[in-house]
Design a protein. Sequence first.
Length: 357
Amino acid sequence: MKIIHTADIHLGNVSHSGKLSKETAIDITREIRATFLGLVEEAGKQGVRAILISGDLFDQDRPLSTDIGYVKGIVSKYPGIDFYYLRGNHDEKNEVGIFPNLHTFGDSWTTYDLGDGVSVSGIELTRGNAETRYGGPNLDPDKTNIVMLHGPLGGNLYDSINLTRLRNKNIDYLALGHIHKAQEGEIDGRGHYAYPGILTPRGYDEIGEHGYYLLDTDGGKLSHRFVPFGELTFERKEVKAVRTDSTFDIVNKVKALKAEGVDDKHIYRIEITGEKSLEEAGDISGEVERNVGTFGKAFSVKDSRNVYVDMGKYRGDMSLLGQFLQLVEGTDELSIDDKNEIIRLVMSALKGDKNGL
């Protein structure tokens, strides 16, 4: 039996991080839909028995009727696949309707029998079951037991998951959602847990590979592996600058990076690292973006260079700039990063650079 574990689809996505244009944000919303449909189509081709959605199928409690209709259409089109949908913190109040092959959960433990000795159990985390939830589930040790939960591991909040209290409960696979980066680990000597991560990234804080977990019970033992999936990816590219580089030099370095080859389906964060002189202490990200042109599907530039200040030139300098630099340098309470940021902001202001503020 093959089972797909996914989570954090965020249909109807209304938020994004970083400097994304309105057009790019709309493209991402469409990509979220297309990737979810593509996942179900792939499941159909592979003869997958069930798809586990461990929370945040929708991005909000009251999803658009078009998004609900989209899910209903997909579920009804694939009657041979059972969908197990456990609501998360984003979609904890929505109702998607009743279908023979769509199975949901509530605030007490619910267990479904998939046949062939495999069960799926789940509970939606609420304030009311913060303690009672660990009284279950009551699982048959002779079965292959999959448990679905949505929340972060550790912590003391009602929606967090105490992994220690789930040990020795005959769990073979803990299908989790909420964390947007794929990760896995052991529960005890018998079971493993896994977060598949967000299926389609929405911003520069979700850089890296995305996909789902494929579970297989063939051979009488449950196995699982991460499967990369989806075309849209956010990637980071580094451009190293030296202190003497002008904006023109850095633009050319970014163009050279583009010439090496970029994927038109990917969105890039170009991070400029290294040092910049005091005279170049403003944020040049906007200027670089304007002069580079296109870069993949979309891109933004982050100027992360450290400001180099030759303090030998300014010690004893009674000018306003000299006094300011000596004050920042002599402040022990500030980290090097904080000092660099303060100098960058002040120099941007002095140069009238609104992009750097």
